[in-house]
Design a protein around this ligand. Sequence first.
Ligand code: ACO
Length: 378
Amino acid sequence: MLAEAAFKPGLEGVVAAETRLSSVDGQAGELVIAGFLLEELAGNATFEEMVYLLWHDRLPAAGELADFRVRLAAEHHLPPATLALLDAAARDKAAAMDALRMAASTLSLGREGDNAERDALKLVACFPTIVAAYWRRLNGQMPIEPRADLGHAANYLYMLTGSVPDAAHVRGLETYLNTVVDHGLNASTFTARVIISTGSDMISAVVGALGALKGPLHGGAPGPALDMVFEIGDPANAEAVLRRKLEAGERLMGFGHRVYKVRDPRADVLAAAAERMFHDSGDTALYDLSRQVEQVALRLLEAYKPGRNLQTNVEFYTALVLHGLGLPVELFTPTFAISRVGGWTAHCFEQISVGRIIRPQSAYTGSKTRRWLPVESR
Ligand code: ACO
């Protein structure tokens, strides 16, 4: 019999998969995506190139990229059942992440047989269309059809607003999407791998992952991080507001990470993208305020939680970049999903090739001596 392994709450430090997709070095503050340092890819690649890289383990040649864009464009229209679901969700005023999860499930309709490649393409292609269509429906507007001549990131902004975005906005969004596309065995990716490992299908795996991403300890933090900056409003208030939160036992959103014990490298990439965008817009007030809030938060976290190495995480600057792009707070987490679905599907392909169900153990802590009592005697 195997010796029972020690239980690690939260599976901290437990290695549960091998992957060539991304390497997260929390001590060095280094993120490598399919062999490239994040800093090398984030500002250069299109999102289509990132997804191709994750799925095929190499960057596409020009012809392959053009072909990939055509194949994605062929899939980005929503079936009528998906639009009907989004209408019902909008009438119910569902949260955008719930609408995305429900709509993602409808992508199972009308497909014949299991085909992981086809489903992955459909999921990546449709996520921006779903989120934009839902947002417009929620606000009493007609959805805008995606355009085959626009790239993935540009299409998302176009479908939200009806205007073709300028190059700086597309670059800002693309930098964000590239930055968060994959990140080791995070909770939602683990969820997707567990589901696909049972022999289930790609759409089920991604729907499960969406459920995991929604939580405030994972993908749900950027909205609250921005709320915190707005609540502070002026650098002079930062110390008092943050102290009050810490003394009330609250967590400062956008700080701390299970893996990074130095600054999250994604925060730096996004801080630079935010600085560029706010600078181009001619109004750096929110960017400057955020940097000042960050400095005070880091100092107070060290004072209140000494030795925990709580640093700025990706969500803090995500909030600033997405706000700078004109996205409403309600769409921050769905926009994260529009990126991360590239990573989830790539992990599913990897897990399919492993071909072994993920089935860990639990340590039983209950009694073994109970006796059955008929219901009338309990
Ligand atoms: N603010 C205040 N205190 C914090 C914070 C924070 N943001 N994060 C951790 N701490 C404290 C904890 O209260 C705990 O203190 P204690 O030892 O006195 O009990 C200590 O630091 C260690 O915290 P853990 O919860 O053990 O750290 P864990 O690795 O489980 O948590 C997490 C990581 C969930 C991200 C946490 O730092 C957090 O809640 N941060 C705020 C939410 C957030 O920004 N989430 C986005 C993460 S990035 C992503 O998912 C893409």
